[in-house]
Design a protein around this ligand. Sequence first.
Ligand SMILES: NC(=O)c1ccc[n+]([C@@H]2O[C@H](COP(=O)([O-])OP(=O)(O)OC[C@H]3O[C@@H](n4cnc5c(N)ncnc54)[C@H](OP(=O)(O)O)[C@@H]3O)[C@@H](O)[C@H]2O)c1
Length: 284
Amino acid sequence: MKDKTILITGANDGIGRATAEQLAGRGAHLVLACRDDTKGQRVAKEIMETTGNHNVDTLPLDLADFASVKAASEEFLAEHPKLDVLINNAGVYTDRLELTTDGYELQFGVNHLGHFLLTLNLLPAIQCCRHCTRVINVASAIHKKGVLDFTNLRGEKKSYNGTEAYAQSKLANVLFTMELDRRYGQDMTTNCLHPGLVGTRLANKKAGALTSAVWSMYKPFATRPEQGAATSVYLATNPEVRDVSGRYFDERQCLQKPSAIARNEQLARRLWEYSEQAVADFRL
Ligand SMILES: NC(=O)c1ccc[n+]([C@@H]2O[C@H](COP(=O)([O-])OP(=O)(O)OC[C@H]3O[C@@H](n4cnc5c(N)ncnc54)[C@H](OP(=O)(O)O)[C@@H]3O)[C@@H](O)[C@H]2O)c1
């Protein structure tokens, strides 16, 4: 992976950090795109120390703010002519209704819209050839419980169910993967994955005390972030998947069928068009 440039979102913690460590160990040039740049720099330093790979940069990126996504895209494109692997890994879970800076429900805004904008803005560096560029979206098996409610993506309805909103955002990750493959399949491969139940702090950060406590109870039964990174690393590096695109993989690197809704082409098109309109003012 020595000549490969890899951008990972949410690389300061959990699965993203473990993915970054493993890819740095294989000699890739890494760009850690993190909401808190101080945390990003600290982790970059630690990864450089543990792997001996000094080719680890950071990029400030707040996916809850389209202006930040645009600025990060501009900064990346100014410094890097090509991007070999984009890993859209960052994610948030919350059980209280919060909105992004641009007024979208937080989980849909961060987990889907921010990554949608980032990916489209980075196309000039991504579009190369199908065999040399890979886009990887970290989705979740919970997408199977997801339903897209276009009337509630700005938190219009008063009642809020965090798990439903999370499942909706992860369904959007899978639909985006399939539609990106249909639209740009000549230029790159695009796949998504479920990393397994992984003992990170995902539901300890913004969720309420009860959800956070339940999440902590599950942790002893969950896999470690190093194992949770396995499918992202596989999709980023393995020659076996050089020509595989528009697919959904599980934590054992096996192909799985996403839910029927996630395979609905009409819905994927509608989500793409909605997302395009949402981010229009911030496209490069
Ligand atoms: N853990 C699981 O069991 C599991 C299962 C299925 C899917 N996933 C998916 O795996 C991915 C990684 O999650 P994880 O479990 O590793 O959780 P995590 O340890 O909390 O990592 C999430 C990362 O996303 C970052 N992030 C959150 N909001 C952001 C924003 N507005 N802008 C930029 N970055 C932001 C976090 O930054 P901060 O540290 O600054 O908050 C952190 O670096 C997510 O997409 C998640 O949905 C996880």
